[in-house]
Design a protein around this ligand. Sequence first.
Ligand SMILES: [Zn+2]
Ligand SMILES: [Zn+2]
Length: 394
Amino acid sequence: MKLFDLPQNFVDDLVAIRRDIHANPELGYLETRTSALVAERLRAYGVDEVHTGIAKTGLVGVIRGKRSGGTIGMRADMDALPMQEKNTFFHASKQAKVMHACGHDGHTTMLLGAARYLAETRNFAGTVHVIFQPAEEGGAGGDLMVKEGLFDRFDCERIFAVHNRPDLALGKWGTRAGAFMASADRFTIEVTGKGGHAARPHLICDPMVVAANIMLAVQTIVSRNVSPLETAVVGISAIEGGDLPAFNVVPDTVKMTGTVRTYDPAVRDLIEARLAEMVQGICAAHRAVGTLKYARLYPTVINTAAEVEFARQAAAEVWGEANADANYTPSMGGEDFSFMLQKRPGCYSVIGQGPALLSDGMVPLHNTRYDFCDEIIPNGVRYFSRLAERGLPL
Ligand SMILES: [Zn+2]
Ligand SMILES: [Zn+2]
């Protein structure tokens, strides 16, 4: 049973757009082709106003209903990742080392489809704002749109966004009230000692050993400092020091970088403070000098309870009551829709597109073989459309 029919050519057009965007991926703030394509489509669909150049390549479409009324905002992200696609199908990336491996091509397409449906039908009272943002993958494009006056220019009483998920089955939808995705921070540690001959360790200050001590010590922040009832990740993802194959040369410095993920702001503060203390303390104990740079990138995605229940009802119409899970498992991933959710109530949710597209198991997000599943486009369009129609009833 379908909620409302979408003509086959309507769906076919969207699939063609999705594959066109996939084949022509662009990195954060460089989405000029994608942004122009979205603007051109919105105008062709009869959207009332199209405002471009917000946060560089971001844009907003304004769609007015049959009568005046409230306002709603729905957001999609447009950027790709700096990685080499390994798919060989026809719509694989034409750009070296740029790839839509997070399915933002699909998010953009589904919101375009909803804009078309809503502009053609207008079965709502009030104003729908379709928000296409740049640079979700680390560039904080959502934050920049807010800073450039997104919600001052385009009133949104509540806001909604989705992400495709290969680890959730096709035909399922999920979200939860409260913290749904983690804050995402980046830190870098530089340990400076005194390099020299590896055979004369008493004449040097070996930063390798100091860095190794720090790497192990920071593992105890979550286990020994954070309450066992809280959730956090502290991890070092890269380390750089010395020059292979120089086995007998100890370097002056070692650099490390890693990430911190939390739900609770107090836990975030605690971890930042403990990292600083450990770097300073361990370096001092070894007579090395340590510096910590800590960058708070994205805040926690916090969904508001009323908007979660509202979104669940719309999702239940689209995917069925049994497939709309408002108690879905949260993740430690980051997402910059959080900046918009700091300003307006709303709900971020996930749409299942599993099982695997390849026989060797599920292909995760950010994998060189990832591809958004076109099968979820029609229900994605229905979901966004029903949010508008239910939220702004005639
Ligand atoms: Zn991603
Ligand atoms: Zn993503």
